[in-house]
Design a protein around this ligand. Structure first.
Ligand code: SF4
Length: 249
């Protein structure tokens, strides 16, 4: 996919969706048990509206057309359920990508979630999203009113400037993930914001918290941990970001 920075992320979402969705099937890279959250059945999908400098799935999200394994929602949920049953997990997620790129990918996601709840009603699905399309097409949030759905919205930047440098997307879209959060809170859905703390000063984090308060966001801000792969550090440098050294504990 052709890309020049900064790009329009809504257009990129549409283009990505055309590439990663085929007849209600979505492009996936693999299915695996992952240690996060104490153990979670994980599907690694491909395709995103952003292109974050620290994305561990950077190349696949940049060149989705190079991959060709499409799975139906039924196949995805069956793969995840198999992993969960084998490992006694009750948590599920899709990661490495943006699950919601538009209506088609959203419907695919809903079907995966519903299939899982049908098989294991007490299971928890953690939706990891950048929140762009959920904020842009606010009505979608109304369809996410499931009791056991938890939604983590990664804010990427603390302000317009850092958002643009991290995601590669135009700065004007910075507030859409916050709109998504506000809508979800209004719908009574469990949702919270997250940010990569390693990239920002205490003062910048404080200002982000004030910004969230101005939107009347009630949920607590989660801190993400940067996976310092060499290609990630290289990409960060290219986008003019110095990564802070970790404090010793
Ligand atoms: S939003 Fe997530 S999946 Fe998309 S590019 Fe950024 S880190 Fe990768």
């Amino acid at each position: 996919m052709k890309l020049s920075f900064p790009f329009d992320p809504v257009e990129r979402a549409e283009e990505s969706e055309r590439c990663v969705m085929k007849n209600r099937k979505r492009l996936y890279h693999r299915f695996r048990p992952a240690p996060y959250y104490g153990g979670i059945a994980t599907a690694d999908a491909i395709g995103c509206s952003f292109l974050c400098s620290y994305c561990w799935n950077y190349k696949r999200n940049l060149y989705p057309e190079r991959f060709d394994k499409y799975y139906s929602a039924r196949e995805v949920s069956a793969n995840l359920l198999k992993i969960a049953r084998k490992r006694s997990f009750h948590l599920f997620r899709i990661t490495g990508s943006e699950p919601v790129l538009g209506i088609n990918s959203f419907n695919h996601l809903l079907e995966v979630i519903k299939n899982i709840y049908q098989e294991i009603p007490h299971s928890i699905f953690i939706l990891e999203t950048n929140g762009l399309i959920l904020g842009y097409i606010k009505d979608l949030t109304k369809k996410l009113r499931f009791k056991n759905l938890w939604i983590r919205i990664s804010l990427k930047g603390v302000d317009h400037d850092s958002f643009e440098r991290i995601t590669g997307a135009k700065r004007d879209y910075f507030h859409y993930p916050v709109i998504a959060l506000k809508e979800l809170e209004a719908q009574g859905v469990k949702a919270w914001p997250a940010v990569m703390k390693d990239l920002f000063t205490e003062e910048e984090i404080r200002r982000l918290k004030v910004f969230l308060q101005e939107y009347d966001i009630q949920a607590k801000l989660e801190y993400e941990v940067l996976e310092r792969y060499p290609f990630v550090l290289e990409n960060m440098e290219k986008r003019d970001f110095m990564v802070k050294k970790r404090e010793k504990v």
